[in-house]
Design a protein around this ligand. Sequence first.
Ligand code: ATP
Ligand code: MG
Length: 560
Amino acid sequence: MAEDLIKKADGTNYGTTMAGNFIHDIIDEDIKNEKYHREIRTRFPPEPNGYLHIGHCKSVCLNAGTALKYGGTFNLRYDDTNPITEDEEFVGNIEKDVQWLGFQWDNLLFASDYFDKMYECAEKLIRDGNAFISAETADEIKATRGTLTQPGTNSPYRDRPWEESLQIFHDMRDGKYADGEVCLRAKIDMASPNINMRDPVIYRVLHASHHNTGDKWCVYPMYDYAHPIEDAIEGITHSIGTLEFEDHRPLYNWVLEKLEWPEPPQQIEFAKLGLTNTIMSKRNIKRLVNEGTIESWDDPRLCTIAGMRRRGYTPEALRAFCESVGVAKAENKVDYDQLEYFVREDLKNKVENRMVVLDPLKVIIDNYPEGKSEMCTLENASDPEKGTREVSFSRELWIERDDFMEVPAKKYFRMFPGNEVRLKGAYFVTCTDVVKDEAGNVLEIHCTYDPDTKSGTPGADSRKVKGTIHWVDAATAVDIPVRNYTYLALPDPEKPNFFNFDPGSRQDKAAKGEPSLKEAKAGERFQFFRNGYYITDTVLSKEGEPVFNQTVGLKSSYKK
Ligand code: ATP
Ligand code: MG
C-alpha cells in the first residue's frame, strides 16, 4: 500500500490514488504519446442540487487522486447551468464536504461563469451551419426524433439560412421569446443510431433567475452542449464521468470538433458506485427529506458525506473504501458491510473505550456493604499507551438486559441463576435471585460477589469464568441518549436489487454510562465496550448533554 500513498506538497497524505485503474492506463498512454501539451487536468463537476454522497466521494477520490498522482491540476467546478434545480445552500456544503474528505482543489469554478463564452460558441455553430433555430414545441421534437429502430425526421427549420437563425438567437437572448417558443438545435444526423445525435436541442429559452448570474440570461445551454465547453475552457485533459454519459460522448466530441477546439479534452466513463441497503441518488434522498421520513440531508443513516460525517465515519475510512472498490466499467452494487469494515478498521486503534449500558437491567449485590463504594481501574484501550481510568463500583449496578437469561440458551455463558461471571475490571459475581413483576418481566436481579476476585489483584483469576460483561455503577451512572442504527433500507422482497426505506432503522436508547461521558464534546468518539463505535452527535448535543450516534458495530461479516 505504501507506494500508493499520495502526498501533496504540504505533506497532506491522501492515502489513495485509486491506483492502477484503466483510466490511469489511458493517461499513461497519452503522456507517452505527448497527446497534450499541458499537465494532466481533472475536475469534479457536481450539480449544486443536493448534498454529496458516497458515489460522489468515489468520483472526488478518482479525479483529485488522479491529478495528485500525475502532479496535475484538480478543479472543483459547480455544474450550475440549470437555474431551476440549484440552490446556494448546496454550493457551500459541497466545498465543505470535499475538503473534509481531505482534498483541496486548485481552482474553484462555476460553469455559469462561462455563459458568455457558451453563447459565442453557439453563434459560431450557427454561422458555420452546424446549428439552427427551431420553432417546434418540445412535444413535436420528441415525436419526430424516431426510435431505437427507426430514424427521426428532419425538422422543417433545418435548412433555414444561418443569418435568420442568428437573428432569432439574438432575439431569444434579448427576451423576445417565451419559454419553449423557439430553441437552438445542433444540426447533426436525424438517422444516427445514437439518438443523442439526432439534432439535439442545445439552447433553450428559460425566463428564470440563476443563483450566480441573476436575471442576466433568459437563454440557457443544455447540459450536453455546455459540459464539453466547460471542460475545454478549463483545459481539462481527462473528463472522467460515470457510464450514463457514454452514449453522450459522441455529442461531446462533436461539439468540440465543430468549435475547432485545439487539443480537446477526452471523456472517459467508469461505473457508478452503488451500495446495498441504502438510498443514494440525490433525487431519492431529497424525497425522503421533503416527506419528513428522515430529518435532513445529514441524517446519520444516509450515505451523504454530511450524514456519514455525523455518523462518525472518517475521511480516511471513506478513501480506503473507495480505493478498495476500484474503478471499473461494470456496474455493480457493493455490500454495505464493506464500507463498515473500513470504518471499523480505521477507528480500531484511534479511540478510547467506555462502559455504557444500552438497555439497562438493575443488579443488586447482596453481600456488598450498603453505602460502600470503591474505584476500579479500567484500560482506556487495548493500547497500554492510552492509559487507564478509574470508575466507581458499589452495591447496585446496571448491566445489559440481554446479558441475563433466566433460562440460559445453549452456549450462553453470561448471567443466569447459579452462574458466575466476571464484571469487566471488577469482581466475579454469581446470580442468586430474579425479581419479576406479575407479567413475568424481569425487574432486577440479585447476586453475590467474591471479594477475592477484584481485577488486578493476586489470585483474581484463580477460577475460570467464561463470561465477561460490562456494567455501570448505578450510584454514579449518567443518563445518555444513544441512537443505534441499522441499514437505512432493506431489500424489496419483490424487486431484485431494490431497497426500501426501513422505518425501524433508528433505535433510540435511554442508556446509562460512566459519569465522564456527560462531558463528551460534540464530535468526540468512543468505543462503547462490546456495543460498537460511537460519536457525540454534532447537531443534537448541548453542553453537558451529549447525544451519541452509533458509528458502527464491532463485528462484521465482511472479509477483505
Ligand atoms: P445522483 O444521480 O446521485 O443524483 P448525479 O450524477 O446527478 O448524482 P452530479 O452532481 O451530476 O450528481 O455528479 C457529479 C459527479 O459525480 C459526476 O461526474 C458524476 O458522474 C459523479 N457521480 C455521481 N454519482 C456517482 C456514483 N454513484 N459513483 C461515482 N460517481 C458518481
Ligand atoms: Mg445530475
